[in-house]
Design a protein around this ligand. Structure first.
Ligand code: TYD
Ligand code: MG
Length: 458
């Protein structure tokens, strides 16, 4: 029998080495190399491109092709039966692709995929492999969620070899593995969940998906800091990596693309976890906006752009006299460094000093805002709390704030204003570059150039 070879792979960046070393020379992290047994080539197995290495893109062809003559007939995408899921995938599931669904325990990965699988199984051969829960647990959940259970093939198994054997026989169009951290290959000595097992198991499953044109959905757990537990190396292999987020304290879950070979990333899907499982939220603005009738200072609605659509979210600021020499700046759902920068701009160009205040900032509904269009709304919410002055409920704000106090335009200004008007807002403070020639009916648009103008317009 051929001797099993091993390599060392950095769990941070995926760089490979033949020998162990203390520091990864590629990403400079210490103690991140871990041993990976390269599975010995099995007799009779088709020779793969990288010898014993497994992983990377699908079929191997030795002939070169002119790019222009590559067959362009689009593969039809399968709908996942959830519009929001399809949106994040870039239009649906692509046959022969591997999609990783990551999230914290309890985020709802199993629930979402079980719902998807049960509905898909009505039309297409689907196989759901559970390595975490027993078949009766899954069956009970499906029953409780009143899902159609006819047609969905189930398998409680953690051995990749066995799963692939069953998959060869059943030929499912959709294969779901819950979760990749519980899977193991017999050739590899280390424990399930370790880098070597996860990487090689995912590689074997991905290879199967590409060769048989199956949709592969992998569940992956993430660590506290939000990265996929163990191997970053997985990210090279799969076609799309999606992250399901949402705290235990909130009903809402957001699904975001982190990598997608078949569509744009930064598309956001919104779900609610209800008694009957995950329900998609088609109009996210409506939920993030459900505010109390009471007027309060420090609260303001902004329009952020998520992928291909605008979403209205509320941002709240609370400023309080700090007992500390070094006041706190805490931002939930926004970048903390950006908050510090904005406070400096507010002092320098708005003349408002917050250096003796603790500043807390929160984006309501657990939304993470990655866009600079939130700047102006953040500052105005801060001012509102600082001056203990509540802002009109019908006011909406967006715009980027520059270091010299200028308000810069952001992409898709028109659409943002229209979305706000649709939700009954009547006044918008926006960068001058985003002001439309004619405002939507019922909306007063206040264009501003400088921070001082915005403070005046409040
Ligand atoms: P689950 O899908 O098991 O999470 P994951 O696979 O990501 O670990 O979801 C578990 C959580 O969802 C659990 O805390 C209970 C909650 N839940 C509901 O609120 N309603 C439901 O209908 C279901 C099935 C789960
Ligand atoms: Mg689960």
């Amino acid at each position: 029998m051929a001797k099993a070879k091993s390599a060392f792979v950095c769990t941070e960046c995926g760089a490979e080495y033949r020998k162990w070393q203390g520091q990864c020379t590629s990403c400079r992290e210490w103690n991140t190399l871990s041993e990976v047994r390269l599975a010995p080539a099995r007799p009779g197995a088709a020779p793969s491109a990288g010898g014993g290495r497994s992983g990377y893109a699908g079929g191997v062809s030795r002939d070169v092709t002119d790019l222009a003559s590559v067959d362009l007939t689009e593969v039809p995408r399968l709908s996942s039966t959830f519009g929001e899921f399809d949106r994040v995938l870039g239009g649906g599931l692509v046959p022969g692709s591997a999609v990783l669904l990551g999230g914290h325990p309890g985020a709802g990965k199993s629930t979402l995929l079980l719902q998807t699988a049960c509905k898909l199984a009505q039309e297409r051969a689907s196989l759901y492999v559970t390595g975490e829960e027993s078949l009766s647990q899954v069956a009970m959940r499906a029953h409780r969620l009143q899902l159609p259970t006819q047609g969905l093939k189930m398998l409680a198994e953690t051995s990749v070899e066995t799963i692939l054997g069953v998959a060869e026989r059943e030929r499912p169009e959709v294969l779901i593995i819950d979760s990749i951290q519980t899977m193991h290959l017999e050739d590899i000595a280390s424990a399930p969940g370790g880098v070597a097992q996860v990487r090689e198991s995912a590689a074997a499953l991905t290879r199967f998906a590409k060769q048989s044109n199956t949709v592969l959905l992998l569940v992956g757990h993430v660590t506290k800091d939000g990265s996929l537990a163990g191997p970053k190396v997985l990210e090279h292999m799969i076609d799309a990596s999606l992250l399901l987020e949402g705290g235990a304290d909130s009903r809402f879950r957001t699904l975001r693309g982190q990598k997608n070979r078949f569509g744009a990333v930064n598309e956001l899907g919104v779900f609610a976890m209800l008694e009957h499982g995950m329900k998609e939220v088609k109009n996210p603005s409506a939920i993030f906006l459900s505010r109390s009738e009471e007027q309060a200072s420090g609260s303001l609605v902004m329009v952020v752009w998520e992928g291909t659509r605008p979403i209205l979210v509320e941002v709240q600021a609370l400023l309080d006299d700090s007992p500390l020499g070094n006041p706190r700046r805490i931002a939930v759902g926004l970048d903390g460094n950006r908050l510090s920068m904005l406070l400096a701009v507010l002092h320098k160009h708005g003349g408002l000093f917050t250096g003796d205040q603790d500043v807390f900032l929160n984006v309501v509904g657990g939304v993470k805002v990655l866009e600079t269009s939130a700047d102006l709304a953040v500052l105005l919410a801060v001012v509102s709390s600082l001056q203990n002055r509540s802002l009109p409920r019908e006011l909406v704000v967006f715009g980027e704030v520059g270091l010299s106090g200028e308000i810069r335009p952001v992409p898709s200004g028109q659409e943002r204003i229209v979305e706000a008007a649709k939700h009954g807002f009547t006044r918008a403070i926006v960068p001058r570059g985003n002001a439309p020639k004619t405002s939507p009916p019922g909306m007063e648009v206040v264009p501003v150039d400088k921070l001082a103008d915005a403070l005046e317009a409040l």
